[in-house]
Design a protein around this ligand. Structure first.
Ligand SMILES: C[S@@+](CC[C@H](N)C(=O)[O-])C[C@H]1O[C@@H](n2cnc3c(N)ncnc32)[C@H](O)[C@@H]1O
Ligand SMILES: [Zn+2]
Length: 282
C-alpha cells in the first residue's frame, strides 16, 4: 500500500494500518475503507465550495473513457512516465491528483499498483476507481488543501485535467521527481462549443500552467500536444458536454437535439516538469 501521511492540520506523522483502519502516532484515526478507498477528508473539506465533480459528470466521463476516447492520449503520455526516474532505489511512488474514475492509473502504471495513489474529492469517482483497480491506494481527500504524502517521498505526480496545488506538489516530490500535467487544448471540443455557446472561445492554458509551476520550483522539461478527430454519436456528444461544461444551460444543450452525429476535435496540452536534483528545499 502507498505510504500515506495524516491529513489532520499540522500533523507530521505517517499513517499505519491497525485492525480498524489507519492510525498515526498523534492518535488520529481514519476508518477502514469499505469500498476499497480511504477517506482522509477533514471537516473543512466537507464544506469545500468545490466538492469535486458532480455524479453526473463523473459517470459521463466514465462512459466516455470506456469508449476508448483517451487511448491516443495514453499513448502520448506513456513515454514520459519513466523519464529519469527508472533507476532508483527509492520506491517509484506516484500520486494522481484529481484521479477521477480511475482509467488512467492502471493504463499508465500497470505494474505499479502498490506504489500508486489516486486522490479525488468525489466519492462516486473514487468508488469507481477502487472497483476498477483494487490493488492500488485510493483516497478521498481535498488535493487543494494538503497532499497525504511525506515530504520528498514521491517520484511522480500526475494531474490529468485535475488539481495543481503547486506548493504541495513541490513539497511531496523528491529532488529529480517529475510532474506530468494535462490541460484541455485550445481546440478541444471546439465544434461542440461553437454549436452550444455560439461563440466557442479558443483559449490556451498551458503557458499559464508552466508559469504557475515554475514559480513553485518546477522546471518545464518538455511539452507536447495531443490532437485527435473523432465522429461522435448523440450519446457521446451529451457525455462530452456533461463531463466538461457544467455551466451549459439546458436551453443551450437543446441546440444539439437535432444533431445525430458530429465530427469533433479532441485536444490536450501535455506538460512534463521536474523538480531539480539539487533542490533540497522543503
Ligand atoms: C476533469 S476530472 C479529471 C479526472 C481524471 N484525471 C481524468 O482525466 O479522467 C477532474 C477531477 O478532479 C476532481 N476534483 C475536483 N476538485 C478536487 C479537489 N479539491 N481535490 C481532489 N480532487 C478534486 C473531480 O472530482 C474530478 O474527478
Ligand atoms: Zn495525525
Amino acid at each position: 500500500m502507498f505510504e500515506l501521511r495524516c491529513t489532520v492540520r499540522n500533523c507530521p506523522h505517517l499513517l499505519q494500518r491497525d485492525a480498524n483502519g489507519l492510525v498515526c502516532a498523534g492518535g488520529h484515526h481514519f476508518d477502514s475503507a469499505k469500498a476499497g478507498y480511504w477517506s482522509l477528508l477533514q471537516p473543512q473539506d466537507r464544506k469545500s465550495k468545490t466538492p469535486g465533480d458532480a455524479d453526473a459528470a463523473v459517470l459521463a466521463r466514465h462512459r466516455w473513457l470506456a469508449r476508448g476516447h483517451a487511448a491516443g492520449l495514453i499513448e502520448q503520455l506513456l513515454p514520459w512516465v519513466d523519464r529519469g526516474v527508472g533507476d532508483r532505489s527509492h520506491p517509484l511512488r506516484t500520486l494522481d491528483l484529481g484521479c477521477g474514475e480511475g482509467t488512467f492509473g492502471p493504463a499508465l502504471f500497470p505494474a505499479d499498483a502498490a506504489a500508486y495513489c489516486g486522490i479525488d474529492l468525489s466519492k462516486r469517482a473514487i468508488r469507481l476507481a477502487a472497483r476498477h483497480w483494487p490493488d492500488a491506494t485510493w483516497v478521498l481527500a481535498n488535493a487543494d488543501r494538503f497532499l497525504p504524502a511525506a515530504d520528498q517521498s514521491v517520484l511522480r505526480v500526475i494531474s490529468l485535467f485535475g488539481r495543481r496545488p503547486v506548493a504541495e506538489i513541490h513539497r511531496v516530490l523528491a529532488p529529480g521527481g517529475i510532474c506530468i500535467i494535462a490541460v484541455p487544448g485550445e481546440e478541444d471540443l471546439i465544434e461542440l462549443r461553437e454549436q452550444v455557446q455560439l461563440s466557442g472561445h479558443r483559449r490556451s492554458r498551458w503557458e499559464m500552467v508552466v508559469d504557475e509551476m515554475s514559480a513553485g520550483g518546477l522546471e518545464c522539461v518538455e511539452r507536447k500536444q495531443w490532437r485527435h478527430s473523432v465522429e461522435l454519436e448523440q450519446d457521446a456528444i451529451s457525455d462530452a458536454l456533461a463531463m466538461t461544461y457544467r455551466a451549459v444551460r439546458h436551453s443551450q444543450q437543446t441546440r444539439l437535439d437535432h444533431v445525430d452525429a458530429m465530427r469533433v476535435t479532441l485536444a490536450a496540452d501535455l506538460i512534463l516538469l521536474r523538480r531539480s536534483e539539487t533542490d533540497s528545499n522543503k
